[in-house]
Design a protein around this ligand. Structure first.
Ligand SMILES: C[S@@+](CC[C@H](N)C(=O)[O-])C[C@H]1O[C@@H](n2cnc3c(N)ncnc32)[C@H](O)[C@@H]1O
Length: 258
């Protein structure tokens, strides 16, 4: 029987609402900003090999916040409003010899059909000393536990959705590609998910399960099992009456092939 569950990615306006609520309830961006300011500069010190201009590719970056920044006029931006697969086709058809010094993919590999092919393509664009940065949820996070347990029930569309850094690392190991990884501890307050009928809780639950109206469309058994695991110490800690989900992210820095 076909599953009655529908992926949240098919309802863009509900996805956006759930995503913004997730950002409010979690330290998602804070932990990334800390990494970008405190650790990344040292990692990037060697890229470019003395060049005066660096080529940077951001995959899955948005242009909205840029309008609020006034101190970036030394950078030339070219926006390509297309998927990474379309970008790859375009790049190959132009047969451009240009290489990139730094490529970042922040929380976007969930949305491609083939994670391994995507990494392989972008890694092949790196110039000597170039680096590819990938950020995804850690395999050790609550997300990793949730997806490992319910992958067949929850990850039901053609994109990769339930991928974690554990999957990426095992791919990189199998390809013998050199990389380093950094855990970014992060939390998400999911207390409201346990109040039946709570609007905020239901949206967060949609985001966690990546399912449109999970509470309404999942079977009572699946709903009970998911809520039980979300509260389990494998996924969350309880503190001062709040349920705090382990939202740990992981950064993977892949080197250029020498
Ligand atoms: C969850 S958002 C992350 C945005 C931002 N990097 C952050 O961390 O807040 C995912 C981003 O991936 C982009 N995206 C989705 N599917 C994509 C694809 N197939 N190729 C490239 N980017 C994609 C979306 O447009 C969105 O900007």
């Amino acid at each position: 029987m076909a599953s009655p569950l529908r992926s949240l990615v098919y309802d863009d306006s509900r996805y956006q609402k759930a995503f913004h609520l997730f950002l409010e309830c979690s330290s998602e961006h804070q932990c990334m900003q800390d990494f970008i300011h405190k650790i990344l500069p040292e990692i990037l010190a060697g890229i470019g090999d003395g060049k005066s201009h660096l080529n940077v590719i951001g995959v899955g970056s948005g242009d909205v916040l840029l309008a609020q920044k006034s101190d970036l006029d030394y950078i030339t931006f070219n926006w390509n409003k297309m998927t990474s697969a379309e970008f790859e086709d375009q790049w190959k058809s132009k047969q451009t010899p240009k290489k990139a010094d730094f490529i970042h993919m922040i929380q976007m590999l969930y949305y491609v059909k083939d994670v391994e092919a995507t990494i392989r393509f972008f890694q092949s664009l790196l110039d000597k000393h170039g680096k590819l940065l990938i950020i995804l949820v850690s395999g050790e996070s609550g997300w990793g536990k949730l997806w490992k347990t319910f992958r067949t029930q929850l990850c039901m569309c053609e994109i990769s959705q339930c991928v974690t850094t554990a999957d990426v690392k095992s791919f990189l190991d199998s390809e013998k590609l050199k990389y380093k990884s950094y855990a970014l501890p992060s939390q998400m307050d999911i207390t409201e998910c346990f109040t039946e009928g709570d609007e905020k809780g239901e949206l967060l639950l949609d985001f966690l399960t990546e399912t449109d109206h999970f509470s309404r469309t999942a079977s009572p058994q699946l709903k009970a099992d998911v809520l039980k695991l979300l509260r389990d110490p494998a996924c969350s800690l309880e503190s001062n009456g709040r349920v705090i989900f382990n939202n740990t992210l992981e950064v993977i820095i892949v080197d250029a092939t020498t």
